[in-house]
Design a protein around this ligand. Structure first.
Ligand SMILES: [Zn+2]
Length: 137
């Protein structure tokens, strides 16, 4: 993992309001520290700068890894993953209860690669919903 200076980390965490910028779970509701991740991975030439960094929960970050694109599961066309700095979450996803529904090809590719709707993740978000802790504001 590439070193992100403490000041920059803090800025990314504050900018995200402590929310995973992919699945909208809050750091507050998690026992495990969220990670500042490179949207375009360092191995793909991504830089450690504000507009290439996002706050991610450990699950989203684990599945995303260095991925930046995938086949759209509906069309099989290559498509980039959701880019939290250049795109708005609500333009690409919507919530149906605790299920994250994709609205676009980027949304579909991201839901697939990041395993947004694995049953255990839906169950976790369902529980948070019941306690008024999801989605992260
Ligand atoms: Zn997440």
């Amino acid at each position: 993992m590439t070193y992100v200076p403490a000041k920059l980390r803090e800025l990314i965490i504050q900018r995200a309001g402590g929310c995973c910028e992919y699945c909208r779970v809050s750091q507050e509701s998690s026992d495990i520290s969220f990670q500042v991740e490179h949207i375009i991975a360092v191995s793909h030439g991504g830089k450690t700068v504000e507009n290439n960094l996002a706050l991610s929960c450990p699950r989203c970050n684990l599945f995303k890894g260095s991925n930046i694109a995938a086949a759209d599961p509906q069309t099989d066309e290559p498509t980039f993953l959701f880019h939290p700095r250049r795109q708005q979450w609500q333009d690409h996803f919507r919530l149906s209860g605790a299920i994250i529904e994709p609205l676009t090809s980027e949304g579909r590719a991201t839901v697939f690669v990041l395993h947004f709707n694995d049953q255990e993740r839906i169950d976790q978000r369902e529980l948070l919903l019941q306690f008024g802790q999801y989605p992260c504001a």
